[in-house]
Design a protein around this ligand. Structure first.
Ligand code: IMP
Ligand code: MG
Length: 208
């Protein structure tokens, strides 16, 4: 859990792309920490799955970095331990966000197989994931598990909790590591957190 008063890290300790320099405030979760935590989630997932085949379903776009890194760790475990889990992948795209607000309107595009595991970027109200889960459940999968890198502590939460959570984060807007603000900031490959952007709004948005 990242505390509400977490100070994060100063930007000039890291290599921030020039084009975002003035838009960001702080790094809240350094890239290495994301990777180390993801490695542990991979181990927990493999342990819980037993020998079940996993259809790993990536929830695009924001989930793509987490998904790719999580699967790399799962593959490494498959290669280096006695127990291994067969894995196939699929991709789905959901959109619920407008500017910096979660909306009631959740759109789902793509995906031709059902998942035993969904990989997602961030859960705020939980609405996107709940909508997706009810769609998946219509096809009666044997099991559905959700892994989300981030869960936001917010009064707007529906109470929904994913099965695997990387970090619980303050109620702020985060970008980087594939998370966007209106498609900007996905190209922050290093994980910037708690970054203040002023963009077109009169308020600060926090990124990671
Ligand atoms: P929910 O449906 O309210 O849980 O919203 C989840 C979706 O909103 C995520 O998949 C993101 O696309 C987006 N989102 C929520 N919070 C943030 C954030 O802090 N940064 C970037 N995107 C966010
Ligand atoms: Mg988005």
């Amino acid at each position: 859990a990242i505390a509400d008063d977490e100070k994060g890290h100063e930007l000039d300790l890291f290599c921030v792309p020039r084009h975002y320099e003035n838009d960001l405030d702080k790094v809240i979760i350094p890239h290495g920490l994301i990777m180390d935590r993801t490695e542990r989630l991979a181990r927990d997932i493999i342990q819980d799955m037993g020998g079940h085949h996993i259809v790993a379903l990536c929830v695009l776009k924001g989930g793509y970095k987490f998904f790719a890194d999580l699967l790399d760790y799962i593959k490494a475990l498959n290669q280096n331990s006695d127990k291994s889990v067969p894995l196939t992948v699929d991709f789905i795209r959901v959109k619920s966000y407008c500017n910096d607000k979660s909306t009631n309107n959740v759109k789902v595009i793509g995906g031709d197989e059902l998942s035993n595991l969904a990989g997602k970027d961030i859960v705020e109200t939980g609405r996107t994931m709940q909508t997706l889960l009810s769609l998946l459940n219509e096809c009666n999968p044997k099991m559905v598990k959700v892994a989300s890198l981030l869960v936001k502590r917010t009064p707007r939460s529906s109470g929904y909790r994913p099965d695997y959570i990387g970090f619980e984060v303050p109620d702020a807007f985060l970008v980087g590591y594939a998370l966007d603000y209106n498609e900007y900031f996905r190209d922050l490959s290093v994980s910037y957190t708690n970054i203040k952007i002023n963009m077109h709004l009169n308020k600060n948005i926090y990124l990671y």
